[in-house]
Ligand binder design. Structure first.
Ligand SMILES: C[S@@+](CC[C@H](N)C(=O)[O-])C[C@H]1O[C@@H](n2cnc3c(N)ncnc32)[C@H](O)[C@@H]1O
Length: 452
């Protein structure tokens, strides 16, 4: 060259090769070469439609499109369960899910953006999955219709924020409604819905409790009050809900359930009304229900997480089977706890109360009930280890870092109390000397966590 410098001027041929090798260039080549379906992942995809972003066909072939989710489907998805897929988009993951399932298993594809349905349906048909149901609804718990913010083509469709002028109206459904509509009992859930998963975790505990395997892409989002909720918080909430992590890559995770969570029958006469009234005395937030037995009591902004050592324990809502002495939760995970009739069952009540302190946030409140040291109360149940004097109970709490709010008071069952609607007043009735002495067989005490 005249000035002795070699300039890196791309030749027209090089530019054409580079363009062809980019995902968009590769896409054009693939669409031209495979008009009846681009082969990838052992299936064929029909993607010649304006709703398909230009790079997607190339990325599917290069395995960079939804790669973590596809890897998890191939590695882990069970074949023996019906699958509900939320956020089916173009049907790429739907096809891979559908092709894994045992022949009699059903796949329900939920996609809120109706513009994607023709491509989704074509891909299902192209891969022999014609009988798959497509549901054109948004998952939401905020009324019959919500605004949907449509991204460019298939990418980035999400629920619009309140008052968002760009939201297109779309009808809603809930996970529970889908299970009812398709008569599904136990199922696997494949979920990629841009943060709307928070509402399912918060508001559809019963439907989630029936989910045996969950393959989910978790997203940072905000709650109804506009507070940020990170993907890692959602992961934690799922663990609290009794899911067990099988595998994860970035924000894509696969959970299953411990085999021990088969439904437990609710014993007749379970005093739900009492447990509920106790829960209402605790702060709003996430509350531990220790030794939950069969009682589940989430209500409004109080989300109860049940824990019981019984291996057959099936939380009525969120929960896990675990020993109170070693709770499977991170520090400060709870805003309060109910220990109703449980510490008399454990060998080390101070250790258990300290473990509850560990998983509660500073300032948390707990409510404890337990039998008084009265033989007929303590030994009526052969699984009791001990009863408590008022002093012993306060000492247990104190040594574990709790400060009792007032002295323990008597509480107990009164014949006919349920029928007469007296349950909320039992504590006051037991303050009547004769009545309390005979029927007030238990203590009730509230305590708050001492600041470190
Ligand atoms: C008397 S029941 C109370 C059930 C429920 N709290 C209620 O009052 O309706 C005691 C419960 O504590 C559970 N439990 C006993 N020891 C436990 C431990 N170490 N960890 C967790 N749960 C335990 C039992 O399995 C049982 O379900």
């Amino acid at each position: 060259m005249a000035d002795g410098v070699r300039r890196a001027v791309p030749s027209p041929l090089k530019a054409r090769v580079a363009a062809a090798m980019s995902p968009a260039g590769l896409s054009r080549l693939l669409l031209r070469t495979f008009p009846s379906g681009i082969p990838a992942h052992g299936a064929h995809f029909l993607l010649d439609d304006p709703v398909v972003p230009p790079s997607v066909p190339g990325r599917i072939v290069l395995h960079s499109y939804e790669s973590a989710e596809i890897r998890m489907i191939k590695r882990h998805l069970r074949a023996d369960l019906d699958v509900v897929e939320l956020g089916s988009s173009l049907g790429v993951t739907s096809v891979l899910v559908g092709r894994r399932l045992d022949p009699h298993r059903r796949l329900i594809c939920v996609e809120a953006n109706a513009a994607l349905h023709p491509v989704l349906a074509a891909n299902l048909r192209r891969n022999g999955l014609d009988r798959t149901e497509i549901v054109g609804r948004a998952i939401s718990y905020d009324g019959p219709e919500v605004g949907l913010r449509l991204g460019r083509g298939s990418s980035d469709t999400r629920l619009a924020g309140p008052g968002d002028p760009d939201g297109s109206p779309v009808r809603t459904t809930t996970l529970g409604e889908l299970l009812d509509r398709f008569a599904i009992d136990r199922y696997a859930l494949v979920c990629d819905i841009e943060g709307a998963e928070l509402a399912i975790i918060e508001q559809d505990g019963d439907a989630l409790a029936r989910c045996q395997q969950l393959l989910i892409e978790l997203h940072d989002t905000v709650d109804a009050g506009g507070r940020p909720v990170l993907a890692r918080d959602l992961r934690e909430r799922l663990l609290l809900a009794g899911f067990r992590l099988q595998d994860e890559h970035g924000n894509v995770a696969v959970f299953d359930r411990a085999a021990t969570t088969a439904p437990a029958p609710r014993p007749a006469g379970t005093p739900d009304a009492i447990v509920r009234s106790f829960f209402r005395r605790l702060p709003e937030g996430t509350l531990l229900n220790l030794g939950a037995g069969s009682t589940g009591c989430s209500e409004g902004r109080r989300v109860a997480v049940g824990v019981d050592i019984d291996p057959a324990f099936r939380p009525d809502g969120l929960g896990a089977s675990a020993d109170a002495a070693a709770l499977p939760f991170r520090d400060a995970a709870f805003d309060g706890a109910l220990l109703k009739d449980v510490i008399e069952h454990v060998a080390d009540p101070i250790g258990v109360a300290a473990e509850v302190a560990r998983v509660c946030r500073p300032d948390a409140h707990i409510l404890v009930t337990t039998p008084r040291a009265v033989a007929r109360a303590v030994w009526a149940d052969p699984t009791h280890v001990r009863g408590f004097t008022a002093r012993a109970l306060v000492t247990v709490l104190d040594k574990a870092g709790w400060e009792a709010i007032g002295p323990p008071r008597r509480i107990g069952g009164l014949p006919g109390a349920g029928r007469l609607g007296l349950e909320p007043h039992l504590e006051r009735l037991m303050a009547i000397p004769g009545l309390g002495h005979w029927y007030g067989t238990n203590w009730i005490v509230e305590a708050k966590l001492r600041r470190p």
